[in-house]
Design a protein around this ligand. Structure first.
Ligand code: FMN
Length: 182
């Protein structure tokens, strides 16, 4: 007898522990948005490439297609309210910086903005768009990356005692990472 119970395919993505939630900022001139994204992953070390999956109708995708760049911002647990605000409205309808009380600052390598309240950010240029089902995978090449002081341990991993990055489990559920070292 098997201990396994079937999980509907529609829920199967819950079994893959998505990486930490990121806030993707995108800009085309005066048009701006900040979009929470849980479906993200590194896809190449050299060149350094990351992929994010965006629903075809996301304003974020529209702006990235126009500007050919975006910024991946890493929020910590203090920004859960801001994540929920940015994730429940489109940047077509509201000014997310204002509504979520997030401060934009100019990126240096790409024509976009990063978010000052986040603990790290990676400026990316578009490498490739890949349409899959109801999402578009945007692959970005990192042009420069920054993190706040003390973010990484001497071994170069997140110091989770000091900074709580968050994972999205689904719906309103988030989880925080705890560093375990033997
Ligand atoms: C925690 C969280 C994770 C999300 N992950 C994704 C994602 O991986 N891909 C996506 O397209 N939308 C995702 N969304 C939904 C978008 O963030 C949401 O539809 C947003 O309002 C789109 O804004 P925009 O139209 O300004 O781009 C997520 C929302 C939340 C709250």
């Amino acid at each position: 007898m098997s201990n396994f119970k079937e999980i509907p395919i529609k829920d199967s993505h819950r079994l893959l522990n998505a990486g930490n939630v990121i806030l993707v900022s995108a800009q085309n001139g005066d048009q701006k948005t900040i979009t929470p994204v849980a479906w993200q992953m590194p896809v190449s070390s050299n060149p350094k490439l990351f992929a994010i999956a965006l629903g075809h109708k996301r304003y974020c995708l529209e702006l990235i297609k126009k500007s050919n760049c975006f910024c991946i911002n890493i929020p910590d647990a203090k920004l859960i309210d801001a994540i929920n605000i940015c994730g429940s409205h489109s940047g077509r309808d509201i000014d997310k910086c204002k509504e979520a009380k997030l401060t934009p600052a100019k990126c240096t390598k790409v024509d976009c903005f990063y978010i000052k309240e986040c603990i790290a950010y990676l400026e990316c240029e578009v490498y490739k768009f890949i349409e899959v089902g109801d999402h578009t995978i945007v692959v970005g090449e990192v042009k420069t990356a920054h993190g706040v002081d003390g973010l990484l341990t001497a071994d170069g991993v997140y110091d989770t005692d000091k900074f709580q990055i968050i994972n999205h489990l689904g719906g309103d559920y988030f989880a925080m990472l705890k560093l375990v070292k033997d």
